[in-house]
Design a protein around this ligand. Structure first.
Ligand SMILES: CC(=O)N[C@H](C=O)[C@@H](O)[C@H](O)[C@H](O)COP(=O)(O)O
Length: 231
């Protein structure tokens, strides 16, 4: 399955949760079309509706996940078998799920991985540390993504992509490593690939205009606050 994508490259994450301005309708499908038109080799998307629509619209592999809040649990990316079944039924080529070392997850995730594989669907493990990446490989996943670095309390907390984790993973696991999380510039994307990863996922920097706008607004405000520019 390591040759699942025909070539190395950019995977664009097209996600807008219910509380985001671009949520609903065919907005994420159009984002996906734009991404593929410009050379994205894959799409990562959330929820049955967007998986279904995007699968019909584009001709590249789709990584599907379902974010769901479960009371008293920190696991929110494809937490249970119910979501895996829904993602598989919707036609995703790869299921993305949390493979962090929390709440007994490294054991609980086994039937989820088995279900996807029994149905011919690959699995991307969203992890936050090197140890979790190594554990994920032992569980038989097909891709390991740095998605959750910075989002578990014990992982590296920083505004930048976790390049150190990328390099460590590339030296430690055989399955393809996916760079994901806080990649904001083409230079960062290229740096991730130089660290050895075949695939780079970019989400917010391409598909969350409210966050892109904030960065510009903040930069302008900072230059005004610092006195470099008059208000
Ligand atoms: C932590 C979490 O919930 N990550 C989610 C996982 O699917 C998405 O909200 C991110 O947009 C995605 O990982 C891409 O990352 P970035 O948007 O930083 O390029």
């Amino acid at each position: 399955m390591s040759s699942f994508f025909p070539e190395k490259g950019l995977i664009v994450s097209c996600q807008a949760l219910a509380d985001e301005p671009l949520h609903g309708g065919d907005t994420m499908t159009k984002m996906a079309r734009a991404a593929v038109q410009s050379g994205a080799i894959g799409i990562r998307t959330n929820g049955v509706f967007d998986i279904l629509c995007i699968k019909q619209e584009v001709d590249v592999p789709v990584i599907g996940l379902i974010k769901r809040d479960i009371p008293d649990s920190a696991i929110f990316i494809t937490p249970t078998l119910t979501e895996v079944k829904a993602i598989v039924s919707a036609g995703a080529d790869i299921v993305a799920l949390d493979v962090t070392d929390r709440e007994g997850r490294l054991e609980a995730v086994k039937p989820l991985i088995a279900y996807a594989h029994e149905h011919g669907v690959a699995v991307m493990a969203d992890i936050s540390t090197l140890e979790e990446g190594v554990a994920a490989e032992k569980l038989g996943v097909d891709f390991i993504g740095t998605t959750l670095s910075g989002y578990t309390p014990y992982s590296r907390q920083q505004d930048e992509p976790d390049f150190e984790l990328l390099s460590q993973l590339c030296a430690s696991v055989q399955v393809p490593v996916v760079a994901e999380g806080r990649i904001w510039t083409p230079e960062d994307a290229a740096k991730a690939m130089k660290a050895g990863v075949p695939y780079v996922v970019v989400g917010s920097a391409i598909t969350r205009p409210q966050l892109i706008t904030s960065r510009y607004v903040n930069a302008l405000r900072n230059s005004m606050d610092s006195g470099e520019v008059k208000r």
